[in-house]
Design a protein around this ligand. Structure first.
Ligand code: SF4
Length: 97
């Protein structure tokens, strides 16, 4: 059973690089496959958000957020000084990570 609230997979870090919204995430694992440094693995529970196995290895490039088909399902967190502006290819919408 999936708990219906936003969840952070921190796996031993004070500041997890990614936060998933379990109400929005459909567990498609596109973010798992697009990750440049393979920090994510599919959740063994079908339809649940991926698990961040290696949060300390995150490059904060935002590829997972850009590739996710569900806006708001995954959020990249970063300290204010490390926030980067991205622009969606399809809509041109700008967003920060
Ligand atoms: S790409 Fe988005 S919807 Fe798919 S598993 Fe990742 S966070 Fe969930």
């Amino acid at each position: 059973m999936i708990e219906k609230k936003a969840v952070a997979h921190s796996q031993g870090t004070d500041m997890p690089p990614l936060v998933f919204d379990v109400d929005l995430c459909i567990g498609c694992n596109i973010c798992v496959h697009i990750c440049q440094v393979d920090i994510l693995v599919p959740n063994p529970e079908e339809g649940a958000p991926p698990i961040v196995l290696y949060p300390g290895e995150c490059w904060y490039d935002g590829s997972c957020v850009s590739a996710c088909p569900i806006p708001g399902a995954i959020t990249l967190t970063a300290m204010a000084g490390k926030r980067v502006r991205f622009k969606r290819k399809d809509s041109g919408e700008e967003f920060f990570t």
